[in-house]
Design a protein around this ligand. Structure first.
Ligand SMILES: [Zn+2]
Length: 153
């Protein structure tokens, strides 16, 4: 019996490591960005998560549009990413690198609650980031290199 002319190529996990950026505390996510969009989408469409989700009825699909402008409070403090093994969409916190569930699937509560969580605040403190308040936002920029040194004397 002959093999099909175009057999489906199974996804090798490390196949995209040189084209996509690994992010998150465990470096177990690929980051979405405008310049890696094509490679990211090519990879993502081959992941288990995407394949399973795209087979659901259109009404129950929770497939995010990558890079779409979001307006919920807190969105700008996260980068979009997806789990490297499964392809599940996530957001990565810019303050502590912790992944949270993607709002497309789980709503936007995590966007505002995560930066105030004990775990995020502890790591942000270690990194010399100020304590966030939702009211103030982190308008000055959330990465350590963008913030003034905190004087501890
Ligand atoms: Zn965080």
């Amino acid at each position: 019996m002959e093999a099909p002319a175009t057999p489906a190529r199974s996804l090798v996990v490390s196949e995209y490591d040189d084209r996509l950026t690994r992010v998150g505390i465990q470096k177990d996510h690929y980051e979405w960005s405008t310049h890696t969009n094509d490679d990211f989408i090519e990879w993502w469409h081959r992941t288990k998560w995407y394949i399973a989700e795209s087979r659901k009825p259109a009404k129950s699909q929770k497939i995010p549009t990558w890079g779409k402008q979001r307006h919920s409070a807190g969105w700008e403090y996260f980068n979009e990413a997806a789990e490297r093994i499964s392809g599940e969409p996530k957001l990565i916190c810019q303050r502590c690198d912790h992944p949270i569930k993607h709002p497309k699937k789980n709503g936007t509560t995590g966007l505002s609650s995560h930066p105030l969580s004990i775990g995020c605040r502890a790591i942000a403190m270690q990194r010399g980031l100020g304590q966030p308040t939702i009211q103030e936002g982190f308008k000055a920029g959330v990465r350590p290199e963008n913030l003034p040194e905190i004087c501890t004397s």
